[in-house]
Design a protein around this ligand. Structure first.
Ligand code: R5P
Length: 310
């Protein structure tokens, strides 16, 4: 088995390597003067079972291209099997045609990864479960909920909590968490008038006097979460925290979180933390490296990964 990574999230790749006690394979991932991606695998991979760790996070297109070029280099170097380990799968939000003459870019990206030569995909909390079917190769979609549960049980009093989905689309995910920590469930009915803007309309469920835990797959601009937190407090919640798998946190999102009604935002390390995230006393990062480590070992040994969903 060999582990290899691009530049998108070297911290997570190192943590996975540490968990597996397997060093990352030598690899150069550089740019030509015109920004073309150039890769050189620094050791023999012929006949190896190779796991390429690369999130397609910001800068999404560069990181995607690095992943594709790495897979191509491994294929041409005769790796026996290539698993694309994509902790955060960017482009996942473009999973359907919301209007005429728009692309389904999540499917295009899945095709690119498959055509480059990946044999399998290992990812986490795809924006929509059905994206798994966009890949014509075996795809395991881990969930971050077990890591969130561990953290909540350690740091929160679950006696007075209620799990809240910040929109109707996230109810299944929120229910997974609520069931595990034995909390009731509420929903914020969000209406988004324009892309990039969100508007909270209504809270479904009784949150008064409760400590709310919002759960979602992605925080990008922070609008959805901050507006949901304000709506919950207006509806009598005691306090509001949030657990989100992928901290995309574009633009001024961290500033927005720092000035929001949220008591705490907990994200995982599927996306590399920026300096602003590290400096924020409102944001905490938990690791999912052990989950990826276990999934990699189980894949390499052809064992079931379903234990990781418990
Ligand atoms: C939407 O369906 C997603 O689950 C997230 O709620 C959304 O991507 C968050 O975006 P933002 O932080 O920009 O409101």
């Amino acid at each position: 088995m060999k582990l290899i990574c691009g530049n998108s999230n070297t911290d997570l790749a190192q943590s996975i390597a540490g968990y597996l006690k397997t060093p990352l394979a030598e690899c150069l991932v550089r740019r030509f003067a015109d920004e073309e991606v150039w890769v050189k695998i620094g050791e023999n991979v012929r006949g190896d079972d190779v796991f390429v760790i690369q999130s397609t996070s910001f800068p999404a297109n560069d990181n995607l291209m690095e992943l594709l070029v790495l897979i191509d280099a491994l294929k041409r170097a005769s790796a026996k099997r290539i698993t694309a380990v994509i902790p955060y799968f960017g482009y996942a939000r473009q999973d359907r045609k919301p209007a005429p003459r728009t692309p389904i870019s999540a499917k295009l990206v899945a095709n690119l990864i498959t055509s480059a030569g990946a044999d399998r995909v290992l990812t986490m909390d795809l924006h929509a479960d059905q994206i798994q079917g966009f890949f014509d190769i075996p795809t395991d979609n881990l969930i971050a909920v077990p890591a969130m549960v561990r953290d909540i049980e350690k740091n929160y009093d679950t006696g007075n909590t209620i799990v809240v989905s910040p929109d109707v689309g996230g109810v299944v995910r929120a229910r997974q968490l609520a069931k595990r920590i034995k909390s009731p469930l509420a929903i914020v009915d969000k209406r988004r008038d324009k892309p990039g803007q969100s508007e909270v309309m209504n809270v479904i469920g009784d949150v008064s006097g409760k400590s709310c835990i919002l759960v979602d797959d992605i925080i990008d601009s922070g609008g959805t979460l901050c507006n949901a937190a304000t709506a919950l407090l207006k509806n009598g919640a005691k306090d509001v925290s949030a657990f989100i798998t992928h901290g995309v946190l574009s633009g001024k999102a961290v500033e927005r979180i720092n000035g929001s009604d949220l008591k705490e935002l907990v994200i995982t390390d599927t996306i590399s933390a920026t300096d602003a995230v590290k400096a924020s006393d409102r944001i905490r990062v938990i690791t999912v490296s052990d989950m990826f480590g276990k999934a990699i070992v189980r894949t390499a040994n052809s064992e079931s990964v379903s234990v990781l969903f418990e």
